[in-house]
Design a binder for this molecule. Structure first.
Ligand code: KIV
Length: 273
């Protein structure tokens, strides 16, 4: 009997994502914000882990993503990077760290890359942030764009409803997507837009298009892990598929433990020294 060494892990890179699109292989992406969750997500074979600023909602309990700071994103990014061996890790640049000032954008980007070891950064917006995008790319830092519903602009939109239903906004989105590709972005997330528009963008662009509420005719899908695991139970957009009901499982387990402590059942004779 011969003993084979385990296959070496082949890290996902932005170039590999590009190749996956060329082959028609779909890209799986999920968020993670901490070491334990990131380890599970990576070992389960997810291609891209997003350290999303949705941490503001699901970890910090804020209503919007706007309060998230650079230091907080770096903390989450560093925790995730310690766990990940295979997935490409993208970290969201938080609100206020890149808009309207490309010098600040580059300094923020360099801090995230140096202090987390992440593979890539994600920025929300198109033409209006192009100077920042180009400046960050000039330092050799890969960028994932994010168009459509961009939660950092919620105060401008006023609602989390589907974006780019109107022709003018749809045309602007397609043009922004082309601009991001032309300047050298590695991928784009399209959030909550009509499926036909997302399909058009995915077919016109060579870089991978990852959708969330953008239909099936794109190159990959992303969800917030707390939502797809059913840990958050008050959020039910049409695009969300729940793969587990962890809210119920965790709630029941915590209640069971509490009852056992109060009744004196825990710890038992075998659970002590
Ligand atoms: O912050 C986040 O989790 C995101 C995804 C919803 C794409 O940007």
């Amino acid at each position: 009997m011969s003993v084979h060494a385990a296959e070496p892990i082949r890290k996902v890179t932005t170039h590999r994502l590009f190749e996956m699109k060329e082959r028609g292989e779909k890209i799986s992406m999920l968020t993670a914000y901490d070491y334990t969750m990131a380890k599970i997500v990576d070992q389960a074979g997810i291609d891209v882990i997003l350290v999303g600023d949705s941490a503001s909602n699901v970890i910090a309990g804020n209503i919007t993503t706007l309060p998230m700071t650079l230091d907080e994103m770096i903390y989450h990014g560093r925790s995730v990077m310690k766990a990940v061996e295979r997935a490409l890790v993208a970290v969201d640049m938080p609100f206020g760290s890149y808009q309207g000032n490309s010098t600040l954008a580059l300094a923020s980007a360099i801090r995230i890359m140096k202090e987390t070891g992440a593979d890539c950064l994600k920025l929300e917006g198109g033409e209006e942030i192009l100077d920042s995008v180009k400046r960050i790319l000039s330092a050799g830092i890969p960028i994932m764009g994010h168009l459509g519903l961009t939660p950092q602009s919620i105060n401008k939109f006023g609602t989390y409803t589907v974006r780019a239903r109107e022709e003018q906004e749809a045309r602007r989105l397609v043009s922004d997507a082309h601009l991001l590709e032309e300047v050298g972005c590695s991928a784009i997330v399209l959030e909550k837009i009509p499926a036909t528009l997302a399909a058009q963008v995915a077919s016109e662009l060579k870089i991978p298009i990852i959708g969330i509420g953008a239909g099936s005719q794109v190159d990959g899908q992303v969800l917030v892990i707390h939502d797809m695991l059913g840990m958050t139970n008050g959020f039910s957009p049409r695009f969300l598929r729940r793969y587990a009901d962890l809210h119920t499982i965790m709630f029941d387990a915590v209640q069971h433990y509490s009852n056992d402590v109060k009744s004196g059942d825990f710890p038992n004779a075998k659970e002590q020294y």
